[in-house]
Ligand binder design. Structure first.
Ligand code: AMP
Length: 626
């Protein structure tokens, strides 16, 4: 075994006695009242961490650093090449803004347990909003700004927020995207629209506010009092984050307060090796889990400086943008998705722009969100002076499940592997019958409970869906939805989703959701969507459509219409470009679409004819069409 002693010791300790291990980690954070129980089952029978402990995430992320005399240290740096603004907030300034925003929400009768939907781009107000909700014990649900109105409406209806906090626009490269039309449409579509919206007016596009429903963020803030934090139980919810499941309905992943804080704080030291006062940059969006965990919460809880970057890897202004930010803000730990580096590499294959910048502050580069393809791995390894750490996790876990733990002294890396399970995650690979696989054999990646702190503990408003989606496939084991294998040394290799979830440029998309939109087209009898391999985005959706009998529509017109409706219903980031008409779909005799076979054929991979296929001749038809 090539793993470091420190990892082995820590990993074994967490598996042998999870309660003792996590109590020790909990002791690394202050508590308003220490937990009464380290692990206790709740009314649903779900093991919950740190019950009876009183805390508040806003206090942990801000106030306690101010109280420790660190108020003048930089908490957040907003670096926005799209607006030309660079602005910092120290912990004192962040406290002033967050406590005022909490006062504003309180004035709108938001209190503990109430939901607030946040539909904002990468601006300081987004982080302030999240922390203001946390300050009151209100539950936020951030909706990625790229989502179209129907997706926003679906999330509003599920979360039933009292207030919507939004911005007047997002900015992508030099495109200003007004949010108000989308908000208006979503509010009209929603069955449970909030009574109040607070809109941050951005210079690039002023929204027309509808009074009295809408308030101006700046005016409301100016009139609001600053308020303190509300102590909440460690098991109280902090946020809901919707993620794509296998069906059309997004799942509201529910995160608790105390376990989340303890897990993130532990990850900052054990996985990311980043300490108070150091600079951490996750080049993601606050609308995704990486943004929640590693732009907003973990760096601040740890007392680090976090970078909020409103720009892209390329064209803002060029493929040297990442290196520029690292130099300007002395970033120690950098985290981005492989797709971002593929974009950089495409524009600057020799990384010649790197020579213009001093990136000596950089100690660690982490990538996640999708498979790190070997060629991107080699390109990064060749050009950057630090090792490239591929690590694997998901919205549900909230923090890394497998990683090369930089804070535990790193283990020997193996290209293609996400290294070893992080202490606390008891990972197994099982076959479809639930029997543990031999090393080298691919199977379903599952976790043995108790899941460590920070992992989801329910689906908002639908606990049965949580049980069904995650706990019903293999008795007593948590289903990650990913397939892969472990080698003789226990190193984990992720081979991709075993369900109908695609990963487009690091964004998770449900086949079922896109199929629902496409099936609504009047010419479509049935359809299937799969993720097809793509050099830049990892995967891109491919829609395969069977026309209704007697319909006469040319392929180009149909493709154009379907693409427009997916864009309008889900969002441009869904990136549907390829639509093919086929005589029929590959199906099992029981009528289930064989997406797996379809994907292999589309990718030109080796495929095997499933014994259950309804009619093998469909394969020749697909080979001809794709
Ligand atoms: P999300 O919940 O949107 O963060 O997506 C999580 C999914 O992205 C995982 O279940 C994996 O399928 C994929 N994923 C994340 N990180 C990696 C990685 N390092 N290697 C391979 N796949 C990954």
């Amino acid at each position: 075994m090539t793993s470091s002693l420190a990892w082995r010791r820590e990993y074994d300790a967490a598996i042998r006695d999870p309660q003792a291990f996590w109590q020790k980690q909990a002791n690394n954070l202050p508590w308003l009242r220490p937990p009464k129980h380290i692990l206790k089952h709740d009314a649903n029978g779900t093991p919950r961490w740190f019950a009876g402990g009183l805390t508040n995430t806003s206090w942990l992320a801000i106030d306690r650093h101010c109280d420790d005399g660190r108020g003048a240290d930089t908490a957040l740096v907003y670096d926005s090449p799209v607006t030309g603004v660079v602005e910092s907030l120290n912990f004192d300034e962040l406290k002033a803004q967050v406590s005022r925003a909490a006062g504003m929400l309180q004035g709108l009768s938001v209190g503990q347990g109430d939901r607030v939907v946040i539909y904002m781009p990468m601006i300081l107000e987004t982080i302030v909003s999240m922390l203001a909700c946390a300050r009151l014990g209100a539950i936020h649900s951030v909706v990625f700004g790229g989502f179209a109105a129907p997706e926003l409406a679906a999330r509003i209806d599920d979360a039933t927020p009292k207030v919507l906090l939004a911005a007047s626009c997002g900015i992508e490269f030099d495109n200003v995207i007004p949010y108000m039309p989308m908000i208006e449409e979503a509010l009209a579509l929603a069955r449970f629209p909030p009574e109040c919206c607070v809109i941050k007016q951005r210079e690039a596009c002023l929204a027309t506010l509808v009074r009295p429903r809408d308030l101006d963020w700046d005016e409301a803030m100016a009139a609001a009092p600053c308020v303190g934090f509300t102590p909440v139980d460690a098991t109280d919810p902090l946020y809901i984050l919707y993620t794509s499941g296998t069906t059309g309905r997004p799942k509201g992943v529910l995160r608790d307060t105390g376990g989340h804080a303890v897990a993130l704080n532990y990850s900052m030291s054990a996985v990311y090796d980043t300490h108070p006062g150091e600079v951490f940059w996750a080049a993601s969006d606050v609308g995704w889990v990486v943004g929640h965990s590693y732009i907003a919460y973990a760096p601040l809880i740890r007392g680090c400086t976090s970078i909020l970057y409103e720009g892209k890897p390329v064209r803002t202004p060029d493929a040297g943008a990442f290196w520029r930010v690292i130099e300007d803000h002395r970033v120690k730990t950098f985290f981005a998705a492989p797709t971002a580096f593929r974009a950089v590499r495409k524009e600057d294959p020799e990384a010649s722009l790197l020579a213009r910048y001093d990136i000596a502050s950089l100690a660690h580069l982490f990538v996640a969100g999708e498979r790190l393809d070997p060629s991107t791995f080699h390109w990064l390894s060749e050009h950057l002076p630090v090792s490239v750490i591929d690590h694997w996790w998901q919205t549900e876990s909230g923090w890394p499940i497998c990683a090369n733990p930089a804070g535990l002294g790193l283990v020997d890396a193996k290209p293609g592997s996400v290294s070893l399970p992080v202490p606390g995650f008891d990972l197994r690979v099982v076959d479809d019958e639930g029997v543990e696989c031999e090393p080298g054999t691919t199977g379903n990646i599952v976790l043995q409970p108790p899941l460590p702190p920070g992992n989801l503990y329910s689906v908002w408003g639908d606990h049965s869906r949580y049980l069904q989606a995650y706990w019903s496939s293999f008795e007593g084991l948590y289903l990650t939805g990913d397939g892969g294998f472990r080698d003789e040394d226990g190193y984990v290799y992720i081979m991709g989703r075993t369900d109908d979830v695609m990963n487009v440029a690091g964004h998770r998309l449900s086949s079922g959701e896109m199929e629902e939109v496409i099936a609504a087209h009047p010419a479509v009898a049935e359809c299937a969507v799969v993720g097809r391999r793509d050099e830049t985005r990892g995967q891109v959706p491919l829609a395969v459509i069977v026309l209704k009998d007697g319909i006469n529509i040319d392929a180009e017109t149909l493709a154009g219409e379907v693409i427009v409706s997916v864009r309008a219903s889900i969002g441009a980031f869904a990136y549907l470009r390829e639509v093919k008409i086929v005589p029929r779909l590959p199906k099992t005799r029981s009528g289930k679409v064989l997406r797996h076979l379809l994907r292999k054929i589309a990718d030109g991979d080796d495929w095997q004819l499933p014994a259950t296929i309804e009619d093998a001749r469909v394969v020749d038809e697909l080979l001809a069409a794709l």
